[in-house]
Design a protein around this ligand. Structure first.
Ligand code: QUE
Length: 359
């Protein structure tokens, strides 16, 4: 069997290649553990100047965590919780934090789908290089989760309306909008990504400035035709800047009489998401705007454990990805039945099971 993730060292560069192209390079627990191990060793190695992460194949950088496999193994093991349900997210969020703090340049070549867990292993790096193939989304509310892997923190730093829209709808955006939102640092056309990798390997840069000058030599401007925000930024802000889901629903409802097709489509999407996920995700990103990434990840870990134990996660994965009936039986099924007491449970401390992040 071919390796799920390949580690190579070339001229002082550590290269991580996510290698499950038939699964859109979705992350498994062994992949997360191996990447953690290599990063720990590369960070202190005298032979490594910087790290590159990329995805195999021409479609996807990484579509997320392999939640199908995770659900199957946790259920077979009689949980949740199980050792896997606790350690998968523990080690994944530890990895996300490690990337944000990495002491050497960390260059993410996100030349394809970059969603969910894929965002967490790329966008916290020092250099995030997108192409015209890049498609970003945090789609977790569709499967009874919330934008995790520190993605909730990234979205929490954006304009309130744009952040809530990306987080709740799980909207997909491309390089032009990602650049405008400062979620990527560079744009390089996919036909030049191979050259970029070669140039990085031949010059083996050890500082962020040296990486910048190499990437800048190949960078260009993303195509504005792929922008959703140019046309729709104002209506998104109008509808999504609130702090409660009820207000967002009411605003979408009242604006729907204006016949804005884009907003109506966003509202239709929202109605299919887990009501619990919508409410916890909105609280999460509003709180995240005032938090450090570290504290936000600790909060996410509390949230994700509750999503497995009392939330809609396994039902969402079943309906959207396993059985694909796309008819999840959300509990509760209406936003008005998700009360504050239920929401607050997702934010309760876990005591000695809490995530601990160092430095
Ligand atoms: C929401 C998600 C994910 C998703 C679909 C959603 C997600 C994820 C995958 C996925 C994609 C391809 C695979 C796979 C999983 O889909 O996180 O195993 O082969 O990883 O609507 O959050």
């Amino acid at each position: 069997m071919s390796e799920e993730v390949i580690f190579t060292e070339e001229n002082g560069i550590g290269i991580i290649t996510l290698n499950r192209p038939d699964r859109l390079n979705a992350l498994t627990y062994p992949m997360v553990q191996k990447i953690n191990k290599y990063l720990n060793s590369w960070e202190i190695s005298e032979h490594i100047n910087c790290v590159i992460i990329e995805g195999a194949g021409d479609k996807s950088f990484c579509a997320g965590g392999d939640v199908i496999k995770l659900r199957k193994e946790v259920l077979e093991d009689g949980g949740p919780p199980t050792n896997l349900s606790q350690s998968f997210f523990y080690d994944e969020y530890t990895l996300n934090f490690k990337i944000s703090n990495f002491k050497k340049p960390f260059i993410s070549l996100i030349n394809g789908y970059t969603m969910g867990g894929g965002v967490g292993v790329s966008m916290h790096g020092s250099h995030v290089v997108a192409s015209e193939k890049t498609m970003f989304a945090m789609p977790e509310t569709a499967i009874g989760l919330f934008p995790d892997v520190g993605g909730g923190w990234l979205l929490g730093q954006l304009d309130k309306g744009i952040g809530a829209w990306l987080s709740l709808v799980g909207a997909r955006i491309k390089a032009y909008d990602l650049m405008k939102l400062k979620l990527i640092t560079h744009y390089v056309s996919s036909s030049d990504i191979g050259n970029l990798k070669k140039m990085l390997i031949s010059s083996s840069p050890s500082t962020n400035d040296k990486v910048d000058s190499i990437v800048n030599s190949l960078s260009s401007n993303p195509n504005s035709e792929d922008s959703v925000l140019i046309t729709n930024e104002n209506i998104i802000k109008d509808a999504f800047s609130f702090d409660t889901i009820e207000q967002i629903f009411e605003k979408c409802e009242s604006l729907s009489i204006t016949g804005n097709e884009f907003l109506n489509a966003q509202f239709e999407e929202l109605k299919h998401k887990s009501p619990t996920s919508l409410k916890i995700s909105l609280k999460q990103i509003r709180d995240a705007s005032k938090m450090t990434l570290k504290d936000e990840l600790i909060m996410e870990y509390r949230m994700v454990q509750r999503c497995l134990e009392i939330g809609d996660f396994f039902e969402g994965v079943r309906a959207m990805l396993v059985d694909k009936d796309r008819k999840p039986n959300w509990q509760p099924s209406n936003i008005k039945d998700v009360d504050e007491g239920r929401v607050n449970k997702f934010f309760e401390v876990l005591g000695n099971l809490d995530l601990v992040l160092t430095n």
